[in-house]
Design a binder for this molecule. Structure first.
Ligand SMILES: C[S@@+](CC[C@H](N)C(=O)[O-])C[C@H]1O[C@@H](n2cnc3c(N)ncnc32)[C@H](O)[C@@H]1O
Length: 220
């Protein structure tokens, strides 16, 4: 088990209590997700975590068939109890997962910054492109690097100020920002869009952005 998976396993039980305090506009991103995906029948939720995005899609369409993928068994257990055993759950990384069916939509919310190599990110985007039915959409939310050093410092200040509204300074600096610096591998939003294009997507747009957090839609 990788250090990243161990860390998510440890976070799983408390995840739903803290995630809204860490990710600005977490709820807004989910509102946009539901409004842009027109009641898809089949969805692949990559890095489903505790199942929050899938739960939103299920609330909007109780007949949706969800396939949920995550490296953390602890996260998957919570997702399973939230969503129900009629859905499909796989313990795997997107890098190691062979997708053998097609979906109306693929979503990855705050996941891809965990992929350590750009080449693996590109392969994952290509896998997603191949897994989409014609007319399907890939919706992704992630943390990105600012397009230059100045923007990056502004975003980091804004993000830290956001977290400090609900979390102690010791926890923000000593835990969350430390974890971010040590483990996350964000790329620039422009690079993410370039890689999506390279993976075969032709329509790529930003649906919502707050500080360095952005949601993109990609279609073939
Ligand atoms: C920040 S959480 C996001 C969870 C959920 N998508 C949400 O929006 O609340 C990231 C999740 O991605 C999973 N994860 C990390 N790297 C992954 C990878 N390479 N492939 C699949 N899942 C991964 C983690 O175990 C964790 O549950």
């Amino acid at each position: 088990m990788t250090e990243i998976t161990k860390s998510y396993n440890e976070q799983a039980q408390d995840y739903d209590n803290f995630i809204r305090k860490l990710v600005p506009d977490y709820e807004v991103f989910h509102d946009v997700l539901v409004s842009f995906l027109n009641k898809p029948s089949t969805v692949l939720d990559i890095g489903c975590g505790t199942g929050n995005s899938s739960a939103c899609l299920k609330n909007n369409n109780p007949n949706v068939k969800l396939t949920c993928l995550d490296t953390s068994p602890q996260m998957l257990n919570i997702a399973m109890s939230k969503l129900g055993s009629q859905h499909i759950f796989y313990e795997s990384s997107i890098e190691n997962f062979e997708i053998d069916q097609q979906f109306d939509a693929v979503v990855s919310i705050m996941v891809m910054h965990n992929i350590q190599k750009i080449s693996e990110r590109l392969k994952s985007y290509q896998k997603i492109a191949n897994a989409l039915r014609s007319g399907g959409s890939y919706l992704s939310v992630d943390i990105f690097l600012g397009e230059n050093d100045k923007l990056q410092s502004v975003y980091m200040i804004q993000w830290r100020d956001f977290m400090l509204k609900n979390i102690s300074k010791n926890e923000v600096d000593g835990k969350w920002l430390k974890l971010h610096k040590e483990k996350d591998k964000p790329i620039k939003l422009s690079e993410h869009m370039r890689l999506l294009g390279k993976a075969g997507f032709t329509t790529i747009d930003v649906l919502h952005k707050r500080f360095q957090f952005a949601m993109t839609i990609a279609q073939l």
